[in-house]
Design a protein around this ligand. Structure first.
Ligand SMILES: [Zn+2]
Length: 543
């Protein structure tokens, strides 16, 4: 749908991934792209192909991905001083990304041009003009990210306006005003926006704000009220330092508070799911206090609040939580939970007719598992197995009888050599796993070595399965993530393991949780193999 009043532009995959502690694989980035597309965002900034080969690979992968709503933009700088676009490697990597859009960051501050870029005012203007024109000639949508717009304007308003006017004249589709250092207060920002609007009347404006003063969302919304068209932000407010403006909060505010229909109601109802999904892939603990989508956003603890919402939910809630796919924590509505579950089953292609009691039992099971540290938002394959195992006629391709793991560490460098390097530095870890699996009625007993216990377990399990399921060789583990839950329990804490797998066609994620990291890993690994093999499982005879 997308109103023409405001355009949402996500930069989680570029600016957001600059956050401390985030590292996204190419596959993570593709999955997040799909998710943001489903959410109904119009533009997704996929990465900085000139800065790292992983992003270039992402753009190659993306050519085979079909998106329904979103278009993808590649991010890069204007050409280097005194060079040409044709010979500039970064510019050419943007061309090679083959995206419908490019987002060009350029200096819009005299101080930055002189002191940081170390070139002349005129050359910076030529860099902006040349680069914008170059990509317009290639038929791209061009967004000009005017770095340091606001700080630049405060120090030398004429030059900042010149930079913006230059990009506009060269054909930029929108000028994005960036509070790169994130320190602007709202009124000062609005004064700058007004001056820019007067100087560049015929071109659309965008806003890109960092949260260093805690005002990123508020400033972005104020900019929209002042007539700015594109709003940039990151899921969960991820980003360098204090983060970028949280695009999910902005989206919810635009739609629910400002009456701007940036997405459909059904898409808004997936907001919480999108937030959790991206946290899982980023391997970051979700922020419980996040507006709209946090686990605590509609949780009521105070006795009189609870009493109040028992009478009327609106008593202590600013919106109906279901509008953003969240739930009120004291009034967990069983009915809405069941509806979500049924919707999920349908989504996963499980159309088995379930009775009310069966659905309720499933829901209880999910709740029980979640209380044990499982989290199914990002591990849909494990969720699907959880359900399938309860359906009549399902036969697991294998079952674990038991396993034994032996670990050995060889001596590292000699005492003198390893001085100051820690215990046994340079030594090698070797693990051996013995696994007993019941594979379609046959007991398979195998052993294998690996560079760690999980690696050895994986190898032994695959050996046991290979005879009956040669396809197991096609299943590859792509990613392995461990999260410590309740870190206050230190080494006694529960851990959650997420494993991502592929057979070259599909990708799936599974989860395991335990106080024992090996057990949690096994549970996730067993689900990964079971999910990969289940479709090709041989039909058991006589039963
Ligand atoms: Zn930024």
């Amino acid at each position: 749908m997308a109103t023409d009043r405001v355009q949402l532009y996500d930069t989680t995959l570029r600016d957001g991934s600059q956050m401390e502690g985030i590292s996204l694989s190419v596959e993570d980035k593709v999955r997040i792209t799909r998710k943001l597309d489903e959410l109904g965002l119009e533009w997704i900034e996929g990465g900085f192909p000139g800065s790292n080969p992983k992003d270039a690979e992402y753009f190659r992968r993306l050519r085979t991905v079909e998106l329904k709503n979103a278009r993808v933009s590649a991010f890069g700088g204007t050409r280097k001083p005194f060079s040409t676009c044709e010979t500039d490697a970064n510019i050419q990597s943007l061309v090679a990304a083959e995206t419908p859009g490019v987002t060009l960051v350029g200096k819009a501050s005299m101080y930055q041009v002189r002191e940081i870029l170390e070139t002349s005012a005129e050359e910076n203007l030529a860099m902006i003009a040349d680069t914008v024109r170059y990509f317009k000639a290639l038929g791209k949508t061009v967004f000009f990210d005017a770095e340091h717009t606001f700080d630049g304007f405060a120090a030398d308003p004429d030059y900042t306006l010149q930079c913006l006017a230059t990009a506009a004249r060269a054909g930029a589709d929108a000028l994005i005003l960036c509070d790169t250092n994130g320190g602007m207060t709202t009124r000062a920002m609005l004064r700058t926006i007004e001056a820019v609007q007067q100087r560049t009347r015929d071109v659309r404006l965008g806003i890109h704000v960092h949260n260093d003063a805690g005002l990123a969302v508020a400033n972005s919304l104020a900019a929209v009220e002042a007539g700015v068209w594109q709003v940039q932000g990151c899921v969960n407010g991820y980003g360098e330092r204090c983060g970028n403006a949280d695009i999910l909060t902005i989206l919810a505010n635009l739609k629910l508070k400002m009456g701007i229909d940036v997405v459909e109601d059904e898409q808004l109802a997936r907001l919480t799911e999108v937030s959790n999904y991206v946290s899982e892939l980023a391997n970051l603990v979700p922020n419980g206090g996040a507006p709209y989508v946090g686990a605590s956003a509609f949780a009521h603890k105070a006795g009189y609040h609870v009493a109040g919402i028992m009478k009327d939910e609106r008593a202590y809630q600013h919106i109906e939580p279901a509008a953003v796919g969240n739930t009120s924590r004291v009034l967990v509505s069983e009915l809405s939970g069941q509806r979500n579950l049924l919707m999920k089953l349908h989504e996963r292609g499980i159309d088995f007719p379930l009775t009310q009691a069966e659905v309720k039992a499933l829901l209880e099971m999910v709740k029980e598992r979640e209380s044990q540290g499982y989290q199914y938002e990002g591990a849909e394959a494990s969720f699907e197995l959880l359900v399938r195992r309860t359906l009549p006629g399902y036969r697991a391709p294998f079952e674990l009888e038991d396993f034994v793991i032996v670990e050995r560490r060889s001596r590292g460098l000699s005492r003198g050599q390893s001085q100051g390097l820690g215990h046994g530095f340079g030594g090698e870890m070797l693990a051996e796993a013995m696994v007993k699996l019941n594979v379609a009625g046959d007991l398979q007993h195998t052993a294998a070595e690996g560079n760690g216990p999980v690696n050895a377990l994986d190898a032994a399990a695959r050996k046991a399965l290979a005879g009956c399921y040669p396809d197991v060789a096609n299943i590859k583990l792509v990613d392995y993530k461990v999260r410590i839950l309740d870190s206050k329990d230190a080494t006694g804490a529960r851990v959650r393991v997420l494993i991502e797998s592929t057979d070259g066609v599909r990708y799936w994620t599974t989860v395991g949780s335990s106080t024992d990291i090996i057990e949690a890993s096994w549970l996730a690994l067993a689900d990964a193999l079971e999910y990969g093999l289940a479709e090709g499982a041989p039909v058991a005879s006589g039963g």
